[in-house]
Design a protein around this ligand. Structure first.
Ligand code: NAG
Length: 491
C-alpha cells in the first residue's frame, strides 16, 4: 500500500482516555513498566509461598522468575522491537496462567491480593499483540527488511512468526505475509501449535495474491505431497495451472515515498554544500539576563525553513523527572482529522499534556521562552510522548488552521534512538537525528500568518531503542511584538 500523503493535523488538546485500555504496543515504556512489575511480583509471591505446602507452585514461580532475568533493566528488554513483541506475548501468557493456576492458591499471600488484582487489569490483549506485529511489518516496509534481518538479535518461533504473517495477510501486505509464513515453516517443530497444512494454505494464497503464480503452484504441489487426498487444493491447483489472467500484483509497494527514503537515510540534502554553509553559535537570546552567564548552544540545522537545534537544553535529571511525571498518565496519541481527534495507525505513540501548574513544566517553558524570545503565555502545555513498537508519526503539519494557531514548534529529544526515529521534513529532504538533551525549533507559519508548506514533517519508525520526546507548541497570541506580522505574500 502506498503511503497516504494525507494532511493530518495534530490534536491541540489532549483527551484523557479511560485507563482500562492500555494499547501496550503503542508505548515501549509501558511494556517495560509491566515487565518490571511482573518481576517484582513473582519475587514477592515466590517468597510468601511457604515451601512445605506449595512446593510445586513455588518452583513454578521461581522458573517463571528465571525467564524474566535475561535483561538487566526493563528498558534494555524493550529496545529491540522483536524482543518487545515476544515479551508482550510472554507477559500475556504468564499473567493468564497466574490467574488460572496460581491465584486460587495464594491464600498464604492474602496481603498481596489487592496488588495482584490491580495487575490483572493490565493483561495485554490479543489486539496488543496484533498491534505489535503490525509495527514490525511497518518497520520491514520502511527499512526494507526481511524477517531474517529483523530477527537477528531475537528470533521468533514458528507460532509467533505465523501470527505476524496473519496480521500482514489481514492488512493485504501479502509479500510480507508470505515471507513470515516461510520463516515459520522453517522453524516448525513438534511443539508448534501451527501446522504445516495451515502454513502451506497461507503460502499458496499469499503467493497468488502478490502475483507469484509460480510460487503458488510450487506450494500447492507441496501440499498435495503432504495430503494427496485434499480435493480442494487439487481443484485449486488445476485452476492455477490454467490461469489466463494475471493475479493481483497491485498490492506490491514498489515505490517509496520521499518520507521513507529519508527515514532510511538514502537521501539527505544536508550532506550537500548548502549544509556546510550553515552555522553554530552561542546565544544569549539578544541579551537575556538569564542567559548572560549560561548562553544556549544554537546550531542552524537548515536554512529554509529555518530549523534550529539547541544543544544541552535540558539535563538528564530533568528528563527523568518529566518521564516520572508522565508515565502514569500516558494514553494513546490521537490525530486531528475532520475536526476531531482519532486514534489511527499513522501515529503510534502514547502521550500526555502536562499541567500548567507543574513546576517542571513551568521551568522548561521558561527556558524555551528564553531561548526563542517568544512568549509562552498562550502556548500549549508541554506534551510528553513515548513511541511504541515501530512507533512513528507519518507526515503531518503541526499547525491546525485555527484561531491562535501553532506559530512554532519546540521539539525536545528526551532520549537517543539507536536506529531510526529521525524527524524528517520530506518537502525539503532533511532528516534530523534525535539527540538526548537537545531540541529543534522551527516556525510553522510564515510572518503573514500562512502555513509554511515546507514544515510538513514526520517521526520515522523506531527500529532500535526507546524514543521519548516533549513538544511545546507555541501559539500566535502573545508574539505580536516578538515576531512582528507581515502583510507580504512572501514572508
Ligand atoms: C523517578 O522514579 C524512579 C522510580 O520510581 C525513582 O527511582 C527515581 O528516583 C525518580 N527520579 C527522579 C529524578 O525523581
Amino acid at each position: 500500500m502506498a503511503i497516504k500523503e494525507l494532511i493530518v493535523f495534530v490534536m491541540c488538546f489532549g483527551i484523557v482516555c479511560a485507563a482500562a485500555e492500555h494499547d501496550f504496543f503503542s508505548s515501549t515504556d509501558q511494556i517495560a513498566q509491566l515487565y518490571g512489575k511482573m518481576k517484582d511480583f513473582l519475587k514477592v509471591f515466590s517468597q510468601c509461598i511457604d515451601a512445605e505446602n506449595g512446593e510445586t507452585m513455588k518452583s513454578v514461580l521461581l522458573n517463571l522468575l528465571l525467564s524474566y532475568s535475561d535483561y538487566e533493566s526493563p528498558e534494555e528488554a524493550v529496545r529491540n522491537p522483536v524482543t518487545a513483541y515476544r515479551l508482550l506475548g510472554q507477559l500475556r501468557n504468564d499473567l493468564i496462567y497466574i490467574v488460572k493456576h496460581i491465584q486460587p492458591n495464594l491464600y498464604q499471600c492474602e496481603e498481596y491480593q489487592d496488588e495482584l488484582n490491580a495487575k490483572l487489569q493490565e493483561i495485554p490483549q490479543l489486539e496488543d499483540l496484533d498491534g505489535a506485529a503490525s509495527g514490525l511489518i511497518r518497520l520491514q516496509e520502511i527499512y526494507k527488511l526481511y524477517p531474517e534481518d529483523i530477527t537477528k538479535e531475537t528470533s521468533l518461533n514458528a507460532d509467533e512468526a505465523y501470527n505476524v504473517g496473519l496480521v500482514a495477510y489481514d492488512e493485504d501486505k501479502f509479500q510480507y505475509a508470505f515471507l513470515w509464513f516461510l520463516y515459520s515453516l522453517d522453524r516448525l517443530t513438534e511443539y508448534s501449535t501451527t501446522t504445516e497444512e495451515e502454513l502451506l494454505h497461507y503460502l499458496i494464497s499469499s503467493a497468488y495474491k502478490f502475483g507469484s503464480l509460480h510460487m503458488a503452484i510450487y506450494f500447492s504441489h507441496k501440499f498435495l505431497n503432504l495430503d494427496p487426498s485434499n480435493d480442494e487444493v487439487r481443484v485449486q491447483l488445476n485452476r492455477l495451472l490454467h490461469l489466463q489472467s494475471n493475479p493481483n500484483i497491485f498490492t506490491l509497494n514498489t515505490e517509496s515515498s520521499n518520507y521513507e527514503t529519508l527515514c532510511r537515510g538514502e537521501v539527505d540534502e544536508r550532506t550537500s554544500k548548502r549544509q556546510r554553509a550553515l552555522s553554530c553559535r552561542y546565544s544569549t537570546g539578544g541579551g537575556n539576563p538569564r542567559l548572560m552567564y549560561a548562553p544556549v548552544k544554537e546550531e542552524v540545522e537548515w536554512d529554509v525553513p529555518q530549523i534550529i537545534r539547541y544543544h544541552d537544553i535540558i539535563s538528564d535529571r530533568e528528563i527523568e523527572i518529566l518521564k516520572n511525571i508522565s508515565r502514569p498518565q500516558l494514553s494513546r496519541s490521537e490525530v486531528y482529522q475532520d475536526g476531531r481527534g482519532t486514534v489511527t495507525k499513522q501515529r503510534l505513540s502514547q502521550s500526555v499534556f502536562l499541567e500548567y501548574d507543574d513546576p517542571m513544566e513551568a521551568l522548561v517553558s521558561q527556558r524555551i521562552a528564553d531561548a526563542t524570545g517568544l512568549s509562552m503565555k498562550k502556548a500549549e502545555p508541554l506534551h510528553v510522548q513515548n513511541y511504541g513498537i515501530g512507533g512513528r508519526y507519518e507526515p503531518h503539519y503541526d499547525a491546525l488552521k485555527t484561531v491562535n494557531d501553532r506559530i512554532a514548534t519546540f521539539l525536545i529529544y528526551m532520549s537517543d534512538v539507536e536506529i531510526g526515529g529521525a524527524t524528517v521534513f520530506p518537502e525539503v529532504g532533511v532528516a534530523v537525528q534525535p539527540k538526548k538533551g537537545s531540541a529543534v525549533f522551527w516556525y510553522n507559519l510564515h510572518k503573514n500568518g500562512k502555513l509554511d508548506l515546507k514544515t510538513k514533517h514526520a517521526g520515522c519508525p523506531v527500529l532500535v531503542g526507546n524514543k521519548w520526546v516533549a513538544n511545546k507548541w507555541i501559539c500566535e497570541f502573545g508574539q505580536e511584538f516578538r515576531r512582528p506580522c507581515s502583510l507580504s505574500e512572501w514572508e
